[in-house]
Design a protein around this ligand. Structure first.
Ligand code: AMP
Length: 542
């Protein structure tokens, strides 16, 4: 017997409708490519999204077509988020840091019909034009300069086509399982793999992330997602903030500490989201100018492990609550979020910090399990680490246009994340490594994240990365690479003594090297493969 409830599809357009109807005057602020600040409202975004849908339809965009973007976090990108998916087409957000070969691959693979780009990325758009796949190019700003580029002579001006279009548009209704957006994930080898989100998965994820004990998004907050809109739908924040009708502040290209602080102070931002490297830069800037964050109440940190020293600095010195979260492109992305349980309230700071450093507990909708090398399910004892697998209604079931290929990552209805983790009896999951970054010493695994966190708790260490280096006897031994904080000289012997208080003896790095900077990928993650390449012939002291 079926229930007798209305079968209304979960569609992205309904989120924008809600924001327009009930939070029309709430502001959406963004930094333009030229650094100026643009102000609009949810009402303005909704109106322009309808105009954009008409404009795209006039260009021939039909349901299921892919519309690509290479753009910063700004109001035009936000309009595209809602208009493209809302009209039944698929928003393909392209990461501007893809190599030319990867760009060629994804544009061909997705068969993008329209490509919309911020002026910063004109050269990339021109390169894409040379592939002969995309029919229409649309410049989000500085149209004259863009159309002077070879291959982009016919590029359209975004604001012109939007303003010329009617705002009279009714969002179509269709099956909620229809594809809504596409994001390619680039692994270390092989071609990028496309994760194809649906309206249903996006709306369910949107409900989940907004919850009080997830990211706790609210109309009473001013939210600034630093996490890029070109990667995993900016953690779903654009949809979720619209669904609660909150004020949204978009940082455009201004991701440095100074630009962020300006926006935070000027717009009274209370809720921030981003990867640890962004907060490291912001903390560095705050320190340099002798300022404190005064309006920020919570900062969600994910994408890579948040060092406990960063949690401490943000909470103790700046009065912000840190929410450590884990997820990936294939999981929309939010999978686990770290909130203390009521029973933890009376623990001392150090014990609470040890819990907060973990990646958190599953969000309702997400199931986790650990398996060993033989595929056996491991207990959640907080001790045994294994391959982390996940399933849920916003987890990918296959990669785009590889549905029939046998992919071992998708087995028995679970997705193998490629992460190695432990899960404790309270269900706090802790990532110890990416499977490919694990340091294998004498048949045992050393967690590079634990080593890095230990190093970063030493004053004067800004960043750290541990990698495995070949060793005759032990197969691999850890080499620790540290980046000193600006203006600091690191005393390696003192660092070594500090590590000895934090790590078991056989986890101690065999060598420590000071380097100027760590290589970072487009989404702020340390590129360990580049470090391994650079230190491939490193001679450890035997
Ligand atoms: P991506 O699909 O590019 O967003 O990368 C997802 C990967 O980032 C995950 O599989 C993890 O390896 C890593 N990651 C994400 N969040 C965290 C976190 N809080 N701690 C450690 N690693 C993380």
């Amino acid at each position: 017997m079926y229930g007798l409830m209305m079968d209304r599809p979960l569609l992205i357009s309904s989120i924008l409708d809600f924001a327009e109807r009930f939070h029309s005057a709430t502001e959406v602020i963004s930094r333009e490519v030229d650094g100026s600040i643009h102000r609009t409202t949810w009402g303005g975004i909704a109106r322009r999204a309808r105009q954009l849908a008409n404009a795209l339809a006039a260009l021939g965009v039909r349901a299921g077509d892919r519309v690509a973007t290479i753009a910063w976090n700004n109001h035009r990108h936000l309009e595209l988020y809602f208009a493209v998916s809302g009209m039944g087409a698929i928003l393909h957000t392209i990461n501007p840091r893809l190599s030319p070969e990867q760009l060629r691959y994804v544009v061909h693979h997705a068969e993008d019909t329209v490509l919309v780009f911020d002026s910063t990325f004109t050269k990339l758009a021109a390169l894409a034009a040379s592939f002969g796949v995309v029919k229409h190019f649309v410049a989000l700003s500085e149209h004259a300069a863009a159309s002077a580029e070879p291959g982009l002579a016919g590029a359209l001006d975004y604001d012109t086509i939007v303003q010329a279009a009617s705002a009279d548009y009714e969002w179509p209704t269709f099956d909620e399982r229809t594809a809504s957006s596409l994001c390619y994930t680039s692994g270390t080898s092989g071609d990028p793999k496309g994760v194809l989100y649906s309206h249903r998965s996006t709306v369910l994820h949107c409900y989940a992330v907004a919850q009080a004990d997830t990211l706790g998004l609210s109309a009473r907050d001013v939210t600034l997602p630093v996490v890029p809109m070109f990667h995993v739908n900016a953690w779903g924040v654009p949809y979720a903030i619209a669904s609660v009708g909150g004020k949204l502040v978009l940082p455009g290209p201004g991701l440095d500490g100074k630009s962020l602080l300006e926006l935070i102070e000027h717009e009274q931002v209370s809720c921030l989201l981003g990867v640890p490297t962004v907060w490291m830069n912001l903390l560095g800037h705050l320190h340099a100018v002798g300022k404190r964050l005064t309006t920020v109440q919570k900062i969600t940190i994910g994408g890579s492990a948040c060092p406990p020293s960063m949690i401490e600095a943000l909470e103790k010195e700046h009065g912000a609550r840190v929410i450590h979260a884990w997820g990936m492109t294939e999981t929309s992305p939010v999978g686990t979020v770290n909130m203390l349980l009521p029973k933890h309230a009376l623990l001392d700071d150090a014990a609470q910090l040890a819990i907060k450093a973990k990646q958190g507990r599953p969000v309702f909708g997400i199931e986790l399990r650990l398996i060993d090398e033989d595929g056996e399910v491991l207990p959640h004892d907080g001790q045994r680490s294994g391959h982390l697998q996940v399933r849920g209604p916003w987890v990918a079931s296959a990669y785009f246009r590889r549905e029939d290929a046998h992919d071992p990552a998708f087995t028995d209805g679970w997705f193998d994340t490629g992460d190695i983790a432990t899960i404790d009896p309270d269900s706090y999951m802790q990532i110890t490594d990416r499977a490919k970054d694990v340091i294998k010493s004498g048949g045992e695994w050393i967690s590079s994240i634990d080593l890095e966190n230990a190093a970063m708790s030493f004053p004067g260490v800004a960043q750290a990365a541990a990698i495995g280096v070949a060793h005759d006897k032990w197969q691999e031994r850890p080499l620790l690479l540290v980046v000193p904080a600006p203006g600091k000289t690191l005393a390696l012997e003192a660092l070594r003594q500090h590590l000895e208080t934090k790590l078991v003896k056989w986890w101690m790095p065999d060598a420590i090297e000071i380097i100027e900077a760590l290589p970072l990928g487009a989404t702020g993650k340390v590129l360990k493969r580049e470090l391994r390449k650079r230190f491939a012939s490193y001679q450890l002291p035997q």
